[in-house]
Design a binder for this molecule. Structure first.
Ligand code: HEM
Length: 365
């Protein structure tokens, strides 16, 4: 593994990521069937050239053999927003739950914080021991589809119009309410898939972002200037270690007119990670400098900065991610969560979400 050095301690990227980081060109061939792009203008043009295919989506790819209807997608994101905001208003779980291997410890902690109100079997949908096994996941999906939880007192399953604005009267989440309120089996199966994907994407993504921030802040994390503006710390983390580091498009037919390297049979990989570190776009690009965001009213409008995608396919949950990560980071810092190992050279493996791996402990525990 090769190294790249932000500030005082280093990160060891998986070799294939490091190979990409070593590229000078902004449009390059990765292999005979794939072109990589880190040019800001071309990336925006590619995303605008055609809508994301349903099979290229992550949360809203087809489920139970059918496309996800738009109204059910918007209901899911509204419910997720309600649950996330209601969740972080509750006191956080015991902080020792954050100790252990990151980002997994962060993911489990968030799941407990935001989604543990749901009764069995729904709560199993987001349990890590279950989500890691396809067989267990299928069993739990079937159980929830069959026993989605209690109906209202008069025996009626509630419909969309009855859904509460903030959590459930029974203390469960609004996302679980969508499973209970489904009108037929297909809708229920899709609601189960949405619950699993939405909770996983949120908890995995926020834990990756928070863990990356903890690592980048390093031993200086308790310095007052860092505590003063954790929002800036998170935007700078989204620049240097964006969890969504690569966006993928299958087939180049819609893009051939945009660049001569792209052929109809090529897939196209867009790299916010490379764009965010390119010296043409950023001064001292490898330096972790949260101060660069001082006075920036809308970081997402910064040129060559796209941690949540581009117009045309921009993230539906972006308004949730930074506030949640800020809350998690605040709890971690207030409780003196420290990176125990490694002291140097943390690894960033090749995964769809970019996240630094380290062991954390609560100081003094
Ligand atoms: C740290 C967490 C997250 C990050 C960094 C992130 C980042 C992104 C990025 C970069 C894109 C553009 C993808 C592309 O153009 O191919 C995107 C799109 C999208 N994201 Fe997120 N996302 C996060 C969490 C979530 C969550 C929790 C949800 C919903 C449950 C969500 C729903 C979507 C949707 C619906 C799209 C539009 C693409 C589509 O139509 O499927 N994201 N996100």
């Amino acid at each position: 593994m090769a190294t790249a050095t932000p500030r005082s301690h280093s990160i060891v990227f998986a070799p294939r990521i490091q190979d990409l980081l070593a590229r000078d060109e902004k449009v390059f061939r990765i292999d005979p069937g794939k072109v990589g792009v880190s040019d800001s203008r071309l990336m925006a043009e590619i995303v605008a050239a055609r809508p994301v295919l349903s099979t290229e989506r992550s949360v809203y790819k087809p489920a139970a053999g059918a496309e996800i209807p738009h109204d059910s997608a918007t209901r899911t994101i509204r419910a997720l927003g309600q649950d996330a905001m209601a969740g972080i208003r509750k006191p956080p779980p015991l902080v020792r739950g954050m100790a252990g291997s990151w980002p997994y410890a962060g993911t489990s902690y968030l799941r407990r914080w935001l989604f543990s109100a749901d009764p069995l079997p729904v709560s199993l949908l987001s349990k890590r021991g279950v989500t890691r096994s396809d067989t267990l996941s299928r069993l739990v999906d079937r159980a929830v589809t069959r026993w989605p939880g209690s109906a209202d007192q008069d025996g009626r399953q509630d419909g969309p119009q009855d859904r509460p604005q903030d959590g459930r009267p029974d203390g469960g989440t609004a996302l679980a309410g969508l499973i209970r309120g489904a009108g037929d089996t297909l809708e229920r199966k899709q609601a189960v898939a949405m619950y699993r994907r939405a909770t996983a994407t949120l908890c995995d993504g926020v834990a990756a972002l928070t863990g990356n921030a903890l690592w980048l802040m390093g031993p200086e994390r308790d310095r007052p200037e860092h505590r003063a503006d954790l929002t800036a710390v998170l935007w700078e983390t989204l620049r240097l270690l964006p969890p969504a580091w690569m966006l993928y498009r299958n087939g180049g037919a819609a893009y051939t007119a945009l660049h001569p390297e792209i052929r109809p049979e090529d897939d196209v990989a867009l790299f916010p990670l490379l764009m965010h570190r390119h010296p043409d776009y950023w001064s001292d690009p490898l330096e972790f400098r949260p101060e660069r965001w001082d006075g920036v009213a809308d970081p997402e409008k910064a040129p060559a900065f796209m941690p949540f995608g581009f117009d045309g396919a921009r993230c539906w949950a972006k308004h949730l991610v930074v506030p949640l990560a800020e809350r998690l980071l605040t709890v971690a810092l207030d409780s003196r969560l420290v990176v125990h190992s490694p002291r140097q050279e943390a690894q960033v493996p090749l995964r769809s979400l970019l996240s630094v791996r380290f062991e954390a402990r609560v100081a003094g525990a």
